[in-house]
Write a protein that binds this ligand. Sequence first.
Ligand code: SF4
Length: 737
Amino acid sequence: NAPKDADLKWKKAPCRFCGVGCGVLIGLQKGKAVAVKGDPKSSVNKGLCCVKGYHSVLAIYGKDRLTKPLVKKNGKMVETSMKEALDLIASKMQQTIKDHGKDAVSMYGSGQWTIPDGYAASKFMKGAIGTNNLEANARLCMASAVTGFMTSFGIDEPMGCYEDIDHADVFILWGNNMAEMHPVLFSRLLDQRMKRKVKIIDFATRTTRTSMAADRSIIFEPQTDLAVANAICYEIIDKGWVNKEFVKKHISFSKGKTKMGYGTEDFYKFKEHEEKIDFNAYKEFLKEYTPEKVARYSGVSVKDIRLMANIYGDPNQKVMSFWCMGMNQHTRGTWINNLVYNIHLLTGKISTPGNSPFSLTGQPSACGTVREVGTLTHKLPHGVVTNKEHREFAAKIWKVPVENIPAKPTYHTVEMFRALDRGDIKFMWIQVTNPMVTMPNLNRYREGCEKTGRFIVVSDIYPTPTTDVADVILPSAMWIEREGLFGNSERRTQYFEKMIDAPGEAISDSWQIIEVARRMGYGDLFPKNEATHAAELYEEYRLHQAGKKHGMAPLEVLKNQPGAMWPFVDGKSTKWRFNTAYDPACDNSKGRFHFYGKKDGKAVIWQRPYEPAAESPDKEYNYWLCTGRVIEHWHTGSMTRRIDVLHQAVPHSYVEVNPDDAKRLNIREGDKVKITSKRGTMTLPASVNGRGVPVKGQVFVPFFDEGYLINDVTLDAFDPISKQPDYKKCAVKIEKV
Ligand code: SF4
């Protein structure tokens, strides 16, 4: 019964799922979305889609879609009207603020928020109510990428773009299973390999589909990426491969002098105090990281360290480095981001076509909504709350007194859930995300949500373990059921119009916020018309970029093309930032490059040591546990498990065990294996000959399945600078059940 192409009306949108941000065409028929194909006009995917993208519209039509608000009465969730639900949320927020203060209410959103959703949330919480208790799940997936950019360059997001793939000679993937997580980009790499014989090097802690397709797979011991990156820098200097002219003109050297321990004042600052050093001090520091010394504990041979150094050091090869969760979900995520930049900066392989350190994101608008709008406790739209001028600028646009916006950040994500557990936060509104699957050390935070005296509102499209802890559930309009914009990993902002009606009483997350704001007396601050509110919010958001070097394209431009990359200047996207040949924001007098995020215009090479993981295997808990994703399912699977074809492909989670370990423990394919850490336990079927092969002493579990909540086992230790947890490393024991 496949619909015929000619019978369909096709409209463009960015894909609903990952941060690659493929342009898709949605086939519409009789008020329903019935087909998807890649948009051949999109420079992101050039007409391609992955398996999730092709089936994405089916996520709209799951049988158990939430269509009516639900409220808890006598311990049971019962249907109610939207009016009653919104009245209740507004009165609960007001009462909580009256009884316990503004910081007793909080909002937790996501990189799946559209840009207008995130902007409405920021204005509502920070401008209207006056609390910085706003966070988003992107804290769990890319906060270290942000602090990496900020410390090295003073400005967030990649300097290059996907077009770099067409120019690079070698791709080095740092802990990034790109074949499954960013499949369309990976297919562009494979395409280049067929055309130009480029090389792909996979540097990871386990064998994945990416390493199987790579020209070389280099496996390292968990956490030793810090040491290997330093060893590469040592080798580049030792062999004389430093781009001396670039370094002299455009680089400064630093080390951190912040006490980043939990409970110290610096811990809450979200940035690090720098201490300038010189090149000789940096060179001296690297003596601890000779390839021979690092090979002893990293599991990487001297030959492989030299191979990578040689690739980066060769002036005739253009190199792209890609990374994602393997480096960001790391107790030293900021440091490892800095270390990859160090390599590119020492060799001058940056901000030119094909030379690009490239941090990828997982959600469709983690960049657009969370990083750019700034839906994090310390952020304002294009500013930070700690800066008086930024607060004044935002307050003027928001038409609120500047005193409304608190000057201090409050809680980052893990701490926000701890505050809920302690009772410092009494009210939490969660939109478009599923923390009762994704929080690390989940047992602890689930208990907090279930405590008496907490009031939880959850806006989503399907029931999830998070709606299980809600006092009110609001049905949300999804993706093309409302107008919106997403921002992808290459600074590309993409627009989509409303194409179909949302089911039942479902409305957009931004309109839910506006309706509650109106009931609390803040109606004058927000648009009045539901049909046009998203467009109005986006254009108001653009006012925050006035006079800045990173403005986005107007809505009218975005309506007519497959996205535009900021800085959008004189009607043109900027492909490579910090290079005077491409970036109009650069000051030409500074030379060929100008890293204008830093006051002196110079990017920073940081001295970053190796530091062991927060928890490592010992005699009792003698395995490493790593968690992650699979291509068929998107994050917690709340949408993709409702798509039959994807659900049937991977119907449940599993634990990947190394074949030698499995043999020793008498574990066969499909046997039940119990994984235990100091925090919790989970029993899953074993995968011994599956798509991924952990090295001996490690196990891997995908987290998409709410039937197997592996985060009951994981550790909630986090990077002290970015506050991003490490989901890739904790100690567990395993036994056959
Ligand atoms: Fe969608 Fe990502 Fe797949 Fe592209 S690669 S189709 S954005 S899920």
